[in-house]
Design a protein around this ligand. Structure first.
Ligand SMILES: CC(C)(COP(=O)(O)OP(=O)(O)OC[C@H]1O[C@@H](n2cnc3c(N)ncnc32)[C@H](O)[C@@H]1OP(=O)(O)O)[C@@H](O)C(=O)NCCC(=O)NCCS
Length: 181
């Protein structure tokens, strides 16, 4: 089976440069979102207590680019150089999924929607990618809005899909969103 193409290291949108992370991004990532309980509330990881945890995240994110499946981008705001968040593209033979985290001070400005749209646009330029999907906690309304604004449809409810340890140790119900070519 044909493997999907590796995404480009830079994707440019109107207001953002989506780029491969660097180790020296760790301080900004820690200060902008990794340390905040309100950012990690619906995520699978706990807020970082110190920057060494964020450095490990950066290393893993950079190393991912040597593989075939997981590609994380930082969203750099063109106008200011500040970071608006991170988006991870996960490649499968005929599908792509993605997940994201936004910088706390940049929420509500449409940045993650802009990044998600660009990711979907790239994916649908790949001949073998027919479908793009994402899941989100049933209570994560801002995230659901991002997926809806990116043109995705809610396809279903996934019962006990994912543990979000900042809420509880019980697996949480999630919505499945998708868009097809
Ligand atoms: C989900 C998230 C990435 C959205 O990023 P963003 O750059 O703010 O996204 P957008 O600005 O494109 O859209 C956010 C939407 O949520 C809405 N929203 C709801 N509550 C909000 C809040 N407390 N702050 C900001 N926006 C909020 C906004 O109004 C907007 O919808 P609208 O355009 O219909 O008004 C961001 O909220 C975040 O980082 N959340 C924590 C991490 C997370 O949950 N990630 C997703 C896991 S599936």
């Amino acid at each position: 089976m044909t493997q999907p193409m590796k995404p480009p290291e830079i994707i440019s949108t109107e207001r953002l440069t989506l780029r491969k992370p660097r180790m020296d991004d760790a301080a900004a990532v820690f200060a902008s979102w990794a340390k905040y309980p309100e950012v990690t509330r619906f995520l699978t990881w706990r807020p970082h207590q110190d920057i060494t945890q964020t450095e490990s995240l950066m290393k893993k994110s950079i190393d991912g680019w040597d593989g075939d499946t997981n590609f994380r981008y930082l969203l750099e705001i063109k106008e200011s150089g500040q970071l608006a968040g991170m988006i991870e593209l996960r490649m499968e033979p005929s599908e792509m999924s993605f997940g994201y985290t936004g910088a706390r001070d940049q929420w509500g400005k449409g940045y993650m929607t802009e990044a998600a749209r660009a990711a979907i646009e790239w994916a649908f330029q790949q001949p073998n990618i027919q479908r793009v999907y994402a899941t989100t906690d049933v209570e994560n309304v801002p995230s659901q809005r991002v997926l809806e604004k990116a043109g995705m449809q809610r396809e279903g409810l996934l019962l006990k899909e994912s543990i979000h340890p900042n809420i509880s140790d019980e697996p949480r119900d999630c919505y499945l969103y998708a868009i097809v070519k």
